[in-house]
Design a protein around this ligand. Structure first.
Ligand SMILES: NC(=O)c1ccc[n+]([C@@H]2O[C@H](COP(=O)([O-])OP(=O)(O)OC[C@H]3O[C@@H](n4cnc5c(N)ncnc54)[C@H](OP(=O)(O)O)[C@@H]3O)[C@@H](O)[C@H]2O)c1
Length: 328
């Protein structure tokens, strides 16, 4: 490995700045990956804003990014898997760099024939949607409602639920134009917000019972509407708050139906627990990734040189799928 590398840093202005920094060395339990491609997440935009000194942010510089794919170039003394040379995809703070330091438990093997610029856009979706389904107690044959299903991770959630044998997947969007996108991802039924009563439509589609598990990416009133649309003893798992963080719920709907309501935020999960979530996702989903049943939707592929355009696209909320950067 060379002594120094290029990395993208937030905290210098509204966009990422290129910095030349030392290549990291792996400590116990760690690996270093030569990143080939990295993918953007909403958290990257909020971190940029929070650190931007030109708009009241902290001005504290940090190495940006979370998702990456590439090959392992070094491993800590006690690491048995993965090995040097293995192709991996994973998640760690500071992934927008030529060499990425990661916990060895936070990567998955990249299936043969899957390009890095596709693989890098998978880890967050795989671990979040699979982790949320498991948190909801999902079992094959059950029905799943996915709100905000055209979001990058929501689309992965639709594919994962089908790959794991969901009996019925109901997906929501605000845009009728995205109906076919959701059907192609595997949704059995698509609900367009504003066009129909969402609770009535879910109850109609499930014989009046409601779904077994909800993956909610929207929050706000949408989250509240999920409760009366959920079957007795079912689970509502909040993953994202694309609309708003506040929600007024009907406690009768919660109590009479004996619902479990929970939230997940894997960026705030302890390393060992996150490792277990990623391992479980890999065990159950890598075959579906390998044979193409689970694929991220890619909106744009850019380079470190054009990272400013990538940040603009992320902030615009116009992207349909993931934004990927090819690492120099
Ligand atoms: N819990 C975790 O560990 C975790 C991990 C990753 C991400 N997240 C969260 O999950 C959510 C999805 O992330 P993502 O990166 O996949 O999102 P994304 O790709 O940026 O989602 C974009 C889509 O969200 C929908 N949307 C946007 N604003 C909305 C609103 N106000 N109300 C309803 N729908 C809206 C739109 O779909 P339509 O136009 O089709 O409606 C839009 O196409 C975010 O809130 C993110 O912060 C959570």
């Amino acid at each position: 490995m060379p002594p120094t590398m290029i990395a993208l840093f937030g905290g210098a202005g509204p966009d990422w700045a290129t910095r030349q920094v030392p290549v990291p060395q792996p400590g116990p339990g760690q690996i270093v990956v030569r990143a080939r491609s990295v993918a953007l997440n909403n958290a990257d935009a909020s971190m940029l804003t929070a650190a931007d000194p030109t708009s009241g942010g902290t001005g504290k510089e940090y190495q940006a990014g979370y998702e990456f794919a590439g090959e392992v170039t070094a491993v800590g003394d006690d690491v048995t898997t993965p090995a040097v040379g293995d192709r991996v995809m994973g998640t760690t703070p500071g992934s927008f760099a030529q060499y990425v330091l990661a916990d060895h438990r936070h990567v998955l093997p990249v299936p043969d024939h899957l390009d890095y610029d596709v693989a890098c856009a998978l880890p967050t979706g795989l671990l979040t949607e699979h982790g949320a389904l498991m948190t909801g107690g999902f079992r094959a044959g059950q029905s799943v409602l996915i709100t905000g299903a055209t979001s990058s991770i929501g689309l992965i959630g639709v594919q994962i639920a089908k790959a794991l044998g969901a009996g019925q997947v109901i997906a929501t969007t605000r845009s009728a134009a995205k109906h076919d996108l959701l059907k192609r991802a595997g949704a059995d039924k698509v609900l367009v917000a504003g066009e129909q009563d969402p609770v009535g439509a879910v109850l109609d589609a499930t014989g009046g019972k409601g779904v077994d598990v909800v993956l909610d990416h929207v929050g706000g009133p949408t989250f509240a509407a999920c409760l009366p649309a959920t079957h007795v003893d079912g689970a509502v798992v909040n993953i994202g708050r694309l609309d708003t963080t506040e929600s007024t719920i009907d406690l009768d709907a919660l109590s009479y139906r004996h619902l479990r309501v929970t939230g997940v935020s894997f960026g705030f999960t302890r390393p060992a627990e996150l490792g277990a979530v990623i391992t479980a996702a890999g065990e159950q989903l890598l075959p579906a990734v390998a044979d193409g049943r689970v694929r991220p939707r890619i909106d744009t592929t850019l380079t470190f040189d054009t990272a400013t355009r990538a940040a603009e696209r992320l902030r615009s909320h116009q992207a349909h799928g993931k934004i990927v950067l090819i690492v120099p």
